[in-house]
Write a protein that binds this ligand. Structure first.
Ligand SMILES: Cc1cc2nc3c(=O)[nH]c(=O)nc-3n(C[C@H](O)[C@H](O)[C@H](O)COP(=O)(O)OP(=O)(O)OC[C@H]3O[C@@H](n4cnc5c(N)ncnc54)[C@H](O)[C@@H]3O)c2cc1C
Length: 528
């Protein structure tokens, strides 16, 4: 009999496996793909070209997880680029975001002296909010109905920290959460491009636009892991695959077993408790504990016999929203593109992310199209060049360009994604030509990953990059659903550890570690 079976080998499952193994448990990790990493891989898509297949920045991963897993000593090289973000404007100028707020303020000055003055103040406000929210990322959301003594203690500590913020900052925090991020940024800045770059983090991967209520909360959620305005640009040399391979090594070394190419077809339940898994090849693995890193919909609606779950719970999981809005296109380029208004060596200037979305209205219009089931004709793009940090990702002198395309709605008004692939690639290049003239002529190969492909090949239901919408009604005590935010499930000894649980905001590892902590606290069953 296995001790713990973990379904999937994404970064959260690998984190959970590591902490469970460190604590003396014997996790067996089963991954249906041929590689570990889930949505964080670096795979070859054309001869000699590897890209960050889906995710291109990494969280950032919680620093304590990086040190516990000894990731840097295992060869993971985190890249903290400067400039962090390159943002072309509609008038041909380019705004560079540096790691240093004072330098960024100077870059903002030609756009607006007033904004340049306010920028460092905004950085401080966001950093203070991030400091307060950071510990919430690493805690298990408390039960609303019957909080335990330790949960009450944690809540008390949070309340004290909230009071310590002072009146002005605590009121601002309460106000920002429910706001539309467009209103929030307009209170601080007058430059449309600056507003758009900051607001974009709040809509990244969601089915919301900058004018959607509650996007302020998503900005704060991201600030909790990296408060830099515009969001994290931390990446890993070699792409996220280099990170998750090292995480798998750490988990193995701690005592976990990882098998790839193994699909779980069903979670077996006996007397209301998880009893093991049935594999696609018909093999049964009996286990004391089962942990799923698949998203909540796939886990409860796809892997469990419905008779094992209350109809009310099934309804709540059906109501858990997974409206994917992101497509990914990886390009093989003969050279780095030249962006208008960007001087100097492109390999230096393009180390971080390129943000294409020059204004709030641009972003909202991009969202508008997706509301009615259409691909945005002028999408918001978030771009990186992973080959700048690891030359082995492309043949000598050549490069890979990783493009996050939003909005590409999973549910189309008409037609199918398989017939829209060429349109998607053409739309990306047409949009990019405005800021990087001639980029199309550099393209040698491309890999098109539509929301449907994200779901079918990589797993997340609805192709949702966060395993479920990040929205006020699906965060913290409500992720994935009220009453079950503590990584437990209505089935005894079945736990969740993927991004569909709190906090679930990118490659932070927090969901995996929080889940491992709850699993270790739970009484072990002796069932055979
Ligand atoms: C296009 C895209 C772009 C993104 N960009 C970024 C970014 O730039 N920065 C960032 O921080 N985050 C980004 N994200 C989000 C980030 O990748 C995810 O939040 C993160 O990978 C989730 O990790 P996870 O371990 O919870 O789940 P996953 O990475 O989804 O891993 C789950 C694993 O479970 C496996 N699985 C599912 N069902 C079964 C089964 N029945 N049997 C066996 N195995 C199974 C899947 O194959 C998968 O490997 C992006 C995601 C996508 C899709």
């Amino acid at each position: 009999m296995s001790d713990v079976v973990i379904i999937g080998a994404g970064h959260n499952a690998l984190t959970a496996a590591f902490y469970l193994a460190k604590a003396g448990r014997k996790p067996l990790v089963l991954e249906r793909r041929h590689v570990v990493g889930g949505c964080a891989t670096s795979e070859e898509f054309a001869p000699g070209y590897r890209s960050a297949t889906l995710a291109h920045t990494v969280g950032p991963l919680r620093p304590s997880i990086v040190s516990d897993m000894n990731l840097e000593r295992r060869g993971v090289r985190f890249v903290r680029p400067d400039p962090r973000i390159v943002a072309p404007s509609a008038d041909g100028r380019t705004l560079l975001f540096s790691a240093d707020p004072a330098r960024t303020a100077e870059a903002i000055r030609p756009f607006s002296a007033k904004d340049a003055t306010r920028y460092p103040e905004f950085c401080t406000a966001l950093a203070r909010a991030g400091d307060f929210l950071g510990p919430l990322v690493d805690m298990t959301p408390p039960s609303i109905d019957a909080p335990s003594k330790s949960e009450l203690w944690e809540l008390l500590k949070t309340g004290r920290r909230f009071r310590a913020l002072g009146k002005k900052e605590s009121f601002a925090l309460l106000r920002w959460g429910p706001m539309a991020v467009a209103d929030l940024v307009a209170e601080w800045f007058e430059t449309d491009l600056l507003q758009a770059v900051i607001a974009a983090r709040a809509i990244h991967g969601t089915a919301m636009g900058p004018w959607s209520a509650g996007t302020g909360a998503i900005l704060l959620l991201h600030a909790a892991v990296d408060p830099a305005p515009g969001g994290s640009s931390v990446s890993v040399a070699g792409g996220p695959g280099a990170l998750t391979r090292a995480m798998a090594d750490a988990a193995r070394e701690a005592g976990a077993e990882i098998r790839t190419g193994v699909e779980v077809r069903q979670i077996l339940v006996k007397d209301g408790a998880a009893a093991g898994v049935l594999l696609a090849d018909g093999t049964e693995i009996v286990a004391r504990t089962v942990v799923s890193s698949a998203d909540p919909r796939r886990t409860f609606l796809g892997l469990i016999d419905p008779v094992e779950l209350e109809p009310g719970f099934i309804t709540r999981i059906r109501n858990y929203r997974v409206p994917g809005t992101v497509a990914k296109v990886n390009f093989a380029l003969s050279a780095l593109p030249s962006f208008a208004g960007l001087a100097g060596d492109p390999a230096k200037a393009l180390q971080g992310r390129v943000h294409i979305g020059p204004g709030i209205d641009y972003l909202e219009r991009a969202f508008d199209a997706s509301k009615y089931g259409d691909l945005s004709p002028a999408p918001y793009l978030d771009i990186t060049f992973p080959s700048i940090h690891d030359a082995s990702m492309a043949p000598a002198g050549r490069h890979v360009m990783s493009v996050h395309v939003q909005y590409a709605p999973y549910t189309l008004r008409s037609g199918s994604w398989s017939s829209l692939e060429d349109t998607l690639a053409a739309t990306v290049l047409r949009t990019l030509e405005v800021s990087a003239p001639g980029v199309t002529s550099l393209v040698e190969h491309r890999q098109i990953i539509t929301p449907l492909v994200i779901e079918q090949e990589f797993g997340p239901s609805g192709g949702h990059i966060h395993h479920g919408e990040l929205a006020l009604d699906q965060l913290f005590t409500m992720r994935p659903t009220l009453g079950w935010a503590n990584y437990h499930t209505p089935i005894d000894s079945l736990f969740l550890c993927g991004a569909g649980t709190h906090p679930g905001n990118g490659l932070t590892g927090a969901s995996g570690r929080n889940a491992a902590r709850e699993i270790l606290k739970a009484p072990r069953t002796a069932r055979a």
